[in-house]
Design a protein around this ligand. Structure first.
Ligand SMILES: Cc1cc2nc3c(=O)[nH]c(=O)nc-3n(C[C@H](O)[C@H](O)[C@H](O)COP(=O)(O)OP(=O)(O)OC[C@H]3O[C@@H](n4cnc5c(N)ncnc54)[C@H](O)[C@@H]3O)c2cc1C
Length: 319
């Protein structure tokens, strides 16, 4: 039996969350006295995954992976897991991870646990820790099924480094037309933007910014900080910002090191997606805004005044 970790890459670049997943997989494999095998698909990153803990790396190549399709990725990981007796499959809970984990679970008849935020406890059975009730509680889940799929929230586990390299084995999987029940006709990629789920710094704004035209204040600060941008639900509903930036209960869950929220009230549905951020800084004109209760730092003030001042000061410090 082995621990199999999907090392997700995009255009020949590994995601940081892949290194977290491998570190998680290796620590778990050490606990279970087994090996940690990383699987990369298509154009992988340049790093040797042994330096993050993989004992071995399998790289699967083929024209079929040129465009991401959940069916082909799920079939590939599932088949490899059967070949190497990968009883535990670990993925990062990115958009890709979210779309393939349930498909692999069906193929493998495995137990799937998503939203994992800590190392499994294998001293008595197999228990994992996940967020619950919109981040208001932590659930300890006992998995009784032999085959397990664990999906780890990005930024929830540290990246370990090792002074070693692993052997990289090239592999092919036979994918037939029957394996693919959807075809991606066209994809449009946002270029040059920091992906929200990966970002360590996020600057977010809400209805307090008054209109889409004022978002240059948010973008300027994001650029100065090297941060990703996010927004509250009404902002994306009114199409001031794209839905891909909507965080919260019905949007994306993020866990950056710093979350700056300007002109957002802090409704529970919003907090559900951001309250696990390591440091939260809130800018709001209303001292009674609920968000201040969840904040590490609070600025009672006008976003139209504070945001440009923050941008100017950060640019001065950096410059
Ligand atoms: C089932 C359900 C699911 C939901 N899911 C989500 C979700 O996933 N994400 C989400 O965000 N919401 C979600 N909502 C909506 C949520 O309840 C709130 O309505 C929403 O988060 C409010 O957005 P807001 O804070 O941007 O706007 P508002 O509530 O209008 O707050 C604006 C804030 O800006 C402040 N402000 C005004 N002017 C300024 C200024 N010049 N400078 C600084 N501050 C200023 C105000 O004091 C106020 O606190 C959901 C609701 C439901 C019912």
């Amino acid at each position: 039996m082995a621990v199999l970790v999907f090392a997700e890459s995009d255009n020949g670049k590994y995601k940081k969350s892949s290194f977290e997943a491998i570190s998680y997989g290796r620590d778990l494999a050490d606990q279970l006295s087994t090996s940690c095998i990383a699987v990369s698909i298509g154009d992988k990153g340049p790093e040797n995954l042994g330096q993050y803990g993989a004992h071995q790396e399998i790289n699967v190549q083929g024209d079929v992976y040129k465009t991401f399709n959940p069916n082909t990725y799920a079939k590939t990981i599932s088949e490899l897991s059967s070949n190497i007796d990968g009883q535990i499959i670990i993925l990062s809970q990115t958009y890709t991870g979210k779309s393939i984990a349930p498909l692999i679970a069906i193929k493998q008849e495995a137990a799937l646990v998503t939203g994992i935020i800590g190392m499994a406890n294998t001293s008595e059975g197999f228990q994992v820790k996940t967020t619950a009730f919109s981040n208001k509680a932590v659930a300890h889940i006992q998995i009784n099924q032999a085959k397990k799929i664990l999906s780890i929230i990005p930024n929830s586990y540290q990246v370990n480094t090792y002074d070693s390299t692993s052997e990289v084995i090239s592999h092919n999987i036979n994918i037939s037309q029957e394996d693919v029940n959807t075809n991606i006709v066209k994809t449009e990629k946002e270029i040059g933007k920091i992906p929200l789920t990966e970002a360590e710094l996020v600057i977010s704004a809400g209805r307090g910014l008054k209109s889409a035209e004022n978002w240059n204040l948010v973008e300027d600060l994001a650029e100065a900080l090297g941060a990703a941008t996010a927004c509250s639900k009404p902002v994306s509903d009114m199409e001031w910002r794209p839905h891909s930036e909507h965080v919260g209960q019905t949007g994306i869950t993020i866990k950056p090191n710093l979350y700056i929220a300007a002109g957002i009230s802090g409704a529970i549905q919003h907090l559900a997606g951001v309250s696990s951020s390591k440091v939260i800084c809130v800018i709001n004109t209303d001292p009674e805004a609920p968000f201040f209760k969840a904040a590490d730092y609070g600025i009672v003030g006008d976003a139209f005044d504070i945001l440009p001042r923050l941008t100017k000061r950060i640019s001065e410090i950096k410059g």
